[in-house]
Structures are given as structure tokens and as C-alpha cells.
Ligand binder design. Structure first.
Ligand code: PHE
Length: 350
């Protein structure tokens, strides 16, 4: 291999080893720079004769062109590699499926609550909301529940620190405190009428919401839902409760083929009291009595705590379990599924 071929070869190697454009410019200077190898060879031509100059010059020029070609090839290769790396780093795969915004939906128990509100709304009931951290007074005392009633024990009720008997001190164990809260508000709003000895408009309200008890198994959750109902007026009877609740159940379950049973029971705040059971005449639950609510005529002591005269005002209350109604409506057998937050379960109700 002659001297010039060797030079072209070493230039090729030098360029090949350059890993960056800056390295490549340094390598270029060694061969093509002002004091580079080619320039040195050109200077050497000065001492030659005309003919020798021509021949030698042509050969050096060929070598120079070969080196320049190698340089340009390497420049291109480095630029391509840089672009490749950039494309990889900023890769956007337009063939991938888009990440869709998930379609949200209401929780099955919320669907039930909306249904309950809709049905009672159509029967002229208002909807009221109350606090989940209650006072002993609203949750128990005002509802005629004696000091030693077992429901008040620590085994049944979650107490919160820092409360007193009249300041919030427990998580409400039922929505019944809303009977008192709503009635007192209603009575105050119609104070002038009452003071004038006139009859106030009827109280007709439902109060859905979360309630809490120290209880946990397949059919009991420490947090569960209730929906209270209250209808107080000058002339409201147990018959009205039967009509309203029967109507509600048949509309809720979209079935006239449904029988109700008012089974005598006891609650401190109603007298007489009844558990309400329903029975489907057809379908998978046919023939079984299913308990859906507690109810009764509001106790005179409770009417008094509402600020009303029990000789003039009477009515009924009920408390039902929307969780239970949801289980019956959809055929769900474990209450805990509602509160596990498993999207595969919840999305079935959309
Ligand atoms: N509060 C009662 C319970 O939680 C239900 C009820 C409400 C009963 C209203 C009678 C009247 O079991």
C-alpha cells in the first residue's frame, strides 16, 4: 500500500472513531486542516518539476477527495444516528389505541337513593339532609330513647371524642334524628301560624343518608344507608302509612305483584310500631318475607320534642335501608360489595 492510500485509510479510521460531530471536526483538522497532512503534502510540491508536480498533485488531490468523501459520509452517519436517537426518545406511537376518559356513573346505592327521592317526591315529600356526627339529644333523647337503652352502648354506637350530650358526640345510628331536626325547623318556620292557633302545613319529608353502627358481616356494614320518612299533620293515620309505603314499594320494584306485611314491633319513638316486610309473588325471591323498613305512629313524646302538641298533631315515621333495597332489586347477596370500590362490580350498574 502506498503512502497516500495509507493516509486515506488512517483518515477513514480516525473519522470512524469520532463518536460526536465535535470529535469528527478534530479528526478532520488532522488531515484537511491548515497544518493537516494533506496541506503538508501540497506544500511539498513546490520543490518538484512541472511534470512531477502535475503527476504528484493529481494523486494528492485524489487522496484529498477520498478523505473528504469519508468525512462527509461520517458526518451524515452521525447526523442520522442523532436523529434516530431523538426519534426514539420522543417516540409517539400513533398506531396505539387512545387512552379513553372512563365513562363515570352513579353508585348502585346512589341510583336507589335517586329512585327513592323521585318516588316520594312525586307523592309530595321534601328531601332533607342532616349531619352524620350527631348529638346524643337528636339521636336518642329527643327520640324517647331511655338512658339505659342498649342501642346507646359502646357496642352499638361509635362515639367521637370531645362531644357532650348536646354537642355532636356520636356517629348517627339511624336517620331518625332528622325527624326532630326537620320538624323543629318546619315548626319554627310556621311559628306565627301556630301562635295564632291556626293549623300549620303538613310535614312531609324524607331524609336519606349515611348511618353508622358497630356491626360488620355479609349483611351489615359499619357504614350503611338509611332513608327516613316523616309525615305529620292534624289528621294523618296508620292507614296513610300503609298506602304510601305500599305505593312506594310497588313503584320501586316495578311490580304490582308484591304484598306488604306490617309486623308488630317496638321502637321507643313510635307507638304502635311495625316492621314492614314485603313478599314478591313471582321471580327469584318469590314467597319469602323480606324486611325492608321499621315504622310506626310517632310517639307523643317525640311530637312534643318537635315543638308540637300531640293532641293536635299526629303522624307516622318510617326508616328503610336503601342498601337492602338495592340488594333486592339487583339480586346482590353480599352488602360489602357495595363498599369495596371494585370497578368491575360497580360498572355493571351503568
Ligand atoms: N330508626 C329505626 C332503625 O334504625 C327505624 C325506624 C324509623 C323505625 C322510623 C320507626 C320509625 O331501626
Amino acid at each position: 500500500m502506498n503512502e497516500l492510500d495509507a493516509l486515506v485509510d488512517s483518515a477513514r479510521q480516525g473519522f470512524e472513531q469520532a463518536a460526536t460531530p465535535a470529535d469528527l471536526e478534530n479528526a478532520k483538522a488532522v488531515f484537511l486542516g491548515k497544518s493537516g497532512r494533506i496541506t503538508e503534502l501540497m506544500k511539498g510540491l513546490a520543490s518538484l518539476s512541472i511534470d512531477e508536480k502535475k503527476a504528484r498533485g493529481a494523486v494528492i488531490n485524489q487522496a484529498k477527495q477520498a478523505i473528504e468523501a469519508a468525512l462527509n459520509a461520517r458526518r451524515q452517519a452521525l447526523a442520522d444516528a442523532e436523529l434516530d436517537a431523538q426519534l426514539k426518545a420522543e417516540a409517539l406511537d400513533v398506531t396505539l389505541a387512545g387512552r379513553q376518559a372512563g365513562q363515570g356513573g352513579l353508585h348502585p346505592v346512589s341510583l336507589t337513593l335517586e329512585r327513592i327521592e323521585g318516588i316520594f317526591g312525586s307523592m309530595g315529600f321534601d328531601v332533607a339532609q342532616g349531619p352524620e356526627i350527631e348529638s346524643d339529644w337528636f339521636n336518642f333523647t329527643a327520640l324517647n330513647t331511655p338512658e339505659d337503652h342498649p342501642a346507646r352502648s359502646m357496642h352499638d354506637t361509635f362515639y367521637v371524642e370531645g362531644g357532650t350530650a348536646t354537642a355532636p358526640n356520636l356517629l348517627r345510628t339511624h336517620t331518625s334524628p332528622m325527624q326532630i331536626r326537620h320538624a323543629v325547623q318546619h315548626v319554627n318556620a310556621h311559628r306565627a301560624l301556630l301562635d295564632a292557633g291556626e293549623t300549620m302545613p303538613e310535614i312531609r319529608v324524607i331524609a336519606p343518608g349515611r348511618t353508622y353502627r358497630v356491626d360488620s358481616d355479609a349483611t351489615h356494614s359499619p357504614m350503611f344507608h338509611q332513608c327516613e320518612g316523616l309525615w305529620i299533620g292534624a289528621n294523618v293515620s296508620f292507614k296513610d302509612l300503609k298506602v304510601v309505603f305500599t305505593d312506594f314499594c310497588r313503584t320501586f320494584f316495578e311490580s304490582d305483584d308484591l304484598v306488604l306485611r306490617f309486623r308488630p314491633s317496638f321502637f321507643p319513638f313510635t307507638e304502635p310500631s311495625a316492621e314492614i316486610d314485603i313478599q314478591f309473588q313471582s321471580g327469584p325471591l318469590a314467597g319469602r318475607w323480606l324486611e325492608v323498613a321499621g315504622s310506626g305512629q310517632v310517639h307523643p313524646n317525640v311530637v312534643r320534642n318537635m315543638g308540637l302538641d300531640p293532641e293536635k298533631y299526629i303522624g307516622f315515621a318510617f326508616g328503610m335501608g336503601p342498601d337492602r333495597l338495592t340488594m333486592l332489586r339487583y339480586g346482590v347477596n353480599d352488602l360489602r360489595l357495595f363498599f369495596d370500590g371494585d370497578i368491575r362490580f360497580l360498572s355493571q350498574f351503568q
